[in-house]
Design a protein around this ligand. Sequence first.
Ligand SMILES: C[S@@+](CC[C@H](N)C(=O)[O-])C[C@H]1O[C@@H](n2cnc3c(N)ncnc32)[C@H](O)[C@@H]1O
Length: 290
Amino acid sequence: MMGGSASESAYRVLMGVLESRTGQTLSPNRIWRIEMSLKPVMQRHGIADLDALVAGLVTSNSRQLLDDTVDAMLNNETFFYREHSVFDDIANNALEHIRTINARTRRLTIWHCGVSTGQEAYSLAMLLAEQEAKWAGWQIDIVGTDVSYHAIARARVGLYTQFEIQRGLPVQRMVRWFDQTEAGWLAKADLRRRIDFSVQNMLTDRPPLASSADLIFCRNLLLYFSLPMRQKAFARLRAMAAPQSFLVLGAGETVLGQTDQFVASPRLRGLYEPADQQVRRPDLTRPLAA
Ligand SMILES: C[S@@+](CC[C@H](N)C(=O)[O-])C[C@H]1O[C@@H](n2cnc3c(N)ncnc32)[C@H](O)[C@@H]1O
C-alpha cells in the first residue's frame, strides 16, 4: 500500500494528476498525507473516500473538483523572512548591485515564482518600503505568482492568522504593516498595493511581468520537480531573467548538476546569475561612466 486506506491505483492516479498539472512529484512522506490533505475537498464535494474521488475525477469532468484536488496536494509551506539571512544579503548586496546596474532606467522588477500565500513577497515589499528615500523616483514592480489559485487568493487578501503572522515577522513590522482584525492580521492597503499576485504555472504560462526580472525568487518549489521538469523550469526562469540579474533559490536547492542556464554568483554568496552573462558583466566595484 502506498498511503492509507485507498487502492494503490487511486494514489497513482492522484500523483499523475498532480504531476501533469504542476510538474510536482510527491515524496514518500507526502504520499502518506494525501488522504488528510484531500479530506476537506472530499467533504466539500460530498465524496466518501479517495477511490470515489478518483472515480469522480475520471468520470465527472468537473473543473472545480480537479482544481481543488490539485491545489490540496500542493505543499504551500511558507513564512515571513524564511531563511532570514537571505533577506539581509539581498537588502545589503543584491539590491545595491541592481541599483548600480539600473541607475539609468531607475526600474526594479522582482518576480516571486511560487509565492504561495504571499509572505515571501510581503517580506521583500516591507523591506523596500522601509528604504523609501533610497528608492525615490524608481519604478518598482513586485510580481508574485503561484499555480495554486487558493494560495494566490489568500496572498491577495493578505490576511494571516496569529500563528502565521508570528512566524518570522518582527513585532515592529507586524504593527507597522498589518492591522489586527477579528478575522486575523490584515496587511495594510499601502503594503498590498505594492505587489501584483496572479495564478501562473511556471512550466507553461508566461508570468505577467512588464519587463524582464532583475531579481527572481524561486524558493522551495524546484525541490519537488523531477530533473527534466527542473531543467525546463530553469529555462523558463532564464527566459524571464534580465541579462544582469540574480536568482534566489531555497536553502536546499542548487543549480549544480541541474542546469547550465544559471551559475553561482561569483560576487554574491548564495545567489545565482544567468550563465551566459558572466563575461559581459561590468566591474561593479567601479563607478559607472557618466
Ligand atoms: C513550498 S512553497 C514555497 C513558498 C515560498 N517560495 C517559500 O519558499 O517560502 C512552493 C510553492 O510552489 C508552488 N508551485 C508548485 N508547482 C508550481 C508550478 N508549476 N508553477 C508555479 N508554482 C508552483 C506551490 O503551489 C507552492 O505554493
